[in-house]
Every structure is written in C-alpha cells, then in structure tokens.
Design a protein around this ligand. Structure first.
Ligand code: RIB
Length: 331
C-alpha cells in the first residue's frame, strides 16, 4: 500500500508538507502543492482514514437515522444535512429505520461501533428505554422533527400544532364544515400535534369534532389512498380532506380520480411538508411547508457544536411552518 512517506520521498518534501497539502492545514506554495498532488496521482496514494481517525480520535463522520428514506421529505432533509455537514468537513452515513424501533436501536449500535462523531436521529418514537440510553452514549445525539419527552438532547422541531391549525382554518375559510383528517402513525409525535391543531381549529369555529372523519394512515401514499376511499365512501362524506403529509395527499388524489371526483371542485385537499413534488401534482398541492433547508442546517450546526463542546447548554429550536396555497383547495 502506498504510504505518505512514499509520496514525501518521491516529491522530495517532508511528510508534514504532504499532510498539509492533503488537509489544507497550512499554507503551501502552488509549486510545492502541484508537485505533491502530481506524485499522489502518479502513486495512487489514498490517505488512511482509519489511521487518521485513531490519531485524532475523530472520524469526521456523522450518522443520520430517518424513519423512511423512500419518503421524499426525508430525502430532502437528508440532502440539506449532507450539504451542511460536508461544508463543515464531515461525511454522513444515512440509515433507514423503516419506522421500526428495533431497527432504530440496531442502527444506533452500528453507528456507535463505527465511532461516528455524532448522530442525528428522526426517531420512530418507539422504545423509550432505547432512547433513554442515548443520554449514556459517549456519542452526542441530536433529535430532529420528532422530540422525545424528558430526554434533554439538542432538538429541532417545527410547530406542527400551528401547522394543523393553519391547514384546517384554510379549509374552513373556504366554507368547509366537514373536514376529514388522515393522520400519520400515532407513535410519531407530529401526527398527534397536527391532530391537536385540527381539533383546535374546529373548536374555535364552532364545528363539532366527528371521530368518523379521523383516519389513521402511515405517512405513505398507499395509506392516503385507502383512507381517502374510506372517507369518500361515508354516507355523509367530507367536502375536504387534510392529509397529515404530502405523500398521503398524493394517495388522496389517486383515490379521488378512482372515484370520479374532481379536486377541488368535488373535494378539497391540503397536505403537509411541501415536498418538491407538491408543486407538480395535478392539480398542484396546497400544503403546509416545513422549512427543510433551515431544519437541516440548524440540526447539523447544533450537533457539530456539541461534538466540539459536550458541556454546552442543550438547545431546543421550534421552527415556524407556512401555508403554501396552490390549487387543491379552490377559493
Ligand atoms: O412525511 C413524513 C412526515 O414524518 C413528515 O411530516 C415529518 O414531519 C415526519 O414526522
């Protein structure tokens, strides 16, 4: 295997100079830099990352665990996290827990064994004792999107309750009194928080809450389609549906088409997340936008600050959401 000494010898510079060229840790003249880089290329030298991390005690790697990597909300959030981490000199290992607490625990163990410098976790909100163990980990963990009660870790959330309120009030403002709500998994905190906002909007507008209008999905498009068919098939169907995320809203659009209903004329629809696809559905989806770029940037900055100073005060950030009006609610 080619070593840093081989490069130094052939380029007729010190090992330290080769290291400074590779890591940009000190000024090196263009002539020397060019000479070293030419030799690295000729010899096919690749720095020994493991040796470097053993020396520095850091791998400059972050772990990221998301509940469903096929959901474009998490794909977009992962992209923002990777961009922020890369700019700060960290690489990211992405793990998919598939909304399964057992898998989540497995990946926490795997990332610990790989000695990542920190973990960003979007929790399944499943086994609290697993999550309580996070505090004992030597590796800093930051929570994104889904908080865990009584676990004081750096956390970045959005105001899901206000998002539910905004979505439901928008439909009420357009004259809808019977509004179906398809919520995500009951374990996932955002589901309950959005339902709370939905109920608050009904209460504040004197509209009775009807349990039959609440359906429990799993944040996927197929569940949105199935739950929408249930709502549309009621003897007194809703005139509007609030889907707890955009993937389920896409499923609702499919169900409306299958049942010969037009959106928004026959049934209005609003989603949650504002994934990039929301602007491309037919008709384009009205939804509640989560600030994905700010979420990814903020959680990455908090974790890296924690890695550098484990004693700093725990940070809790709740970011605002916003109503994005397109064409699925009419008005
Ligand atoms: O679309 C996936 C959902 O799960 C999002 O609304 C996000 O908040 C996460 O909790």
């Amino acid at each position: 295997m080619v070593t840093i000494s081989d490069v130094a010898e052939k380029a007729k510079v010190s090992r330290a100079t080769v290291s400074h060229v590779i890591n940009n840790t000190r000024y090196v003249s263009d002539e020397t830099r060019h000479k070293v880089e030419k030799v690295i290329s000729e010899l096919g030298y690749r720095p020994n990352v493991l040796a470097r991390s053993l020396r520095s005690g850091q791998t400059h790697t972050l772990g990221l665990i998301v509940p469903d990597s096929s959901n474009t909300f998490f794909a977009e959030i992962s992209r923002e996290i990777e961009i922020s981490a890369f700019e700060a000199g960290y690489s990211v290992i992405l793990c998919n827990s598939n909304e399964d607490p057992q898998r989540e625990k497995l990946y926490i163990d795997v990332l610990t064994e790989k000695q990542v410098d920190g973990i960003i976790l979007v929790s399944t909100c499943g086994q609290i004792n697993t999550l309580r163990g996070l505090k004992k980990l030597q590796i800093p963990v930051a929570l994104l999107d889904r908080d865990i009660k009584n676990l004081s870790l750096d956390t970045v959330l959005v105001d899901n309750k206000n998002g539910g309120l905004l979505a439901t009030n928008h439909l009420i403002s357009l004259g809808h009194q019977r509004i179906g709500f398809i919520t995500g998994p009951s374990d996932a905190n955002p589901s309950a928080e959005r339902l709370t906002g939905y109920k608050q909007a009904l209460r504040e507008n004197g509209i009775p809450f009807e349990k039959e209008l609440i359906r429990y999905g799993d944040f996927t498009a197929p569940s949105g389609r199935l739950k929408a068919i249930e709502l549309i098939s009621l003897s007194n169907p809703p005139t509007a549906i609030f889907a707890g995320n955009d993937m389920m809203a896409i499923g609702v659009l499919r169900a409306a088409t299958e049942k010969g209903l037009h959106v928004p004329e026959d049934i209005a629809l609003i989603g949650f997340d504002d994934i990039e696809l929301a602007a491309f559905t037919n008709p384009p989806l009205t939804t509640i936008a989560q600030p994905k770029l700010e979420m990814g940037k903020t959680i990455t900055e908090l974790l890296i600050q924690r890695i550098k100073n484990k004693e700093r005060d725990v940070q809790f950030k709740m970011l605002p959401v916003s109503l994005i009006i397109r064409e699925t609610c009419g008005g």
